[in-house]
Design a binder for this molecule. Structure first.
Ligand SMILES: [Zn+2]
Length: 374
């Protein structure tokens, strides 16, 4: 991650660059920003910048051995800590970041603006309570006692530090106050108010605002090749939350809308032959497209429930969307829609955990059909 990969936020980037140039690198810094902000990406870009051996024009070079490793989140001096919960065969003392680091790398590289819910889905945490445990803090202390391997700085990045258990936080106080030389703590948080006061007083605060409309538009146009007009609508709907903006992209996709509407009709008619055909089609698209399709369905159902409460104009990104949601609202009760939402959510969850797409989709179709008929 480089500063230039993050849309806008020039003043925040300047502040970090100037601190490095002046040799005034905070040994413990908190990157606090709302959900879907650049708090994680900024911390990663800063960590990369710190250890880059060929900084250029106020950014890391992206090409030196240090940058190459930092880009893949495999730099040996970039230590990653994040909240986890028991999952699969990992329980007890194994419920620490090191056990899930491969999953987290994949998550952070593909969804750098994602939050705890997406992360929990990604590693199969089944929405269990996430936690940065006392055991984790022991690992942190142990790792920080080592000399840097390759880099100038050893960086300990703690993502979503608000999930830190008080005993873990207390175990880190001394280290935060008197860290070893050339050691940098970067605490990333979506909710600074939840961080206990004793930690708070030991870190330098860097507030990161949510993205503004232009920044969201630039990002969607350059990264997702979206039309300017569509990007504008999404920018307004997502209110500075880039995670939300990326989810909304599928809302504007006509193909997704058409196939979701067709599927709902098939389910309503309990047309088994078409259900099987649709499941076949579904299994042939990519995993990301499958998730996008289900996310689209969930946001449609949510919009429908809201439009029933006459809040529709607040959340629709276009008129075709509104028409579909209105029709949906007329045909089904709140209870049916809530059930539909849960079925889509559970399909998404099973696919995330490598369920067979054909089976998951067919099973969901049958349940949706019977929900509509009750
Ligand atoms: Zn470099």
């Amino acid at each position: 991650m480089r500063f230039s990969d993050i849309p806008g936020l020039g003043r925040t980037k300047d502040k970090l660059r100037r601190a490095v140039e002046a040799g005034k690198i905070a040994h413990a810094q908190m990157f606090a920003g709302p959900a879907g902000s650049a708090n994680l990406t900024m911390a990663l870009a800063y960590a990369t910048y710190l250890n880059c051996t060929d900084r250029k024009e106020g950014d890391s070079c992206g090409q030196c051995p240090s940058c190459t490793k930092a880009d893949k989140l495999i730099h040996p001096d970039l230590h990653l800590v994040f909240p986890v919960s028991a999952a699969g065969n990992k329980s007890g003392k194994d419920v620490v970041s090191d056990s899930f680091v491969a999953e987290w790398r994949q998550f952070a590289l593909s969804s750098p603006y994602g939050g705890s819910v997406e992360w929990s889905m990604a590693f199969g945490g089944e929405n269990k309570q996430l936690n940065i445990s006392r055991e984790e803090s022991r690992n942190i202390v142990r790792k920080m006692a080592l000399k840097p391997y390759e880099g100038t700085y050893k960086v300990m990045l703690i993502w979503l530090a608000e999930f830190m258990h008080p005993t873990a936080a207390n175990a880190l106080l001394k280290l935060l106050e008197e860290p070893p030389d050339k050691t940098v703590f970067l605490l990333v948080t979506n909710d600074a108010e939840q961080i206990i006061g004793t930690i708070f007083s030991r870190v330098q605060m860097l507030r990161i605002r949510g993205f503004d409309n232009d920044e969201v538009v630039n990002y969607l146009v350059s990264q997702y090749h979206l039309a300017e007009e569509q990007s504008q609508k999404i920018a307004i709907a997502c209110a500075g939350n880039l995670n939300q903006a990326i989810k909304l992209i599928n809302d504007g996709d006509q193909d997704t809308r058409t196939s979701f509407q067709d599927w709902m009709r098939t389910c309503f008619k309990l047309d088994y032959i078409k259900m099987v055909q649709a499941s076949d089609q579904f299994s042939k698209i990519t995993k990301i497209q499958q998730q996008g399709f289900l996310q689209y369905g969930m946001s449609t159902v949510r919009n429908t429930l809201l439009s029933r409460h006459q809040m529709g104009q607040l959340i629709h990104t276009n008129s075709a969307e509104k028409e579909f949601a209105d029709n949906f609202a007329k045909a089904f009760s709140n209870a049916q829609l809530e059930k539909l939402y849960n079925l889509l959510n559970s399909a998404s969850y099973h696919l995330e955990r490598n369920g067979n797409p054909k089976i998951v989709f067919l099973d969901t179709s049958l349940h949706v059909g019977s929900t509509f008929r009750t």
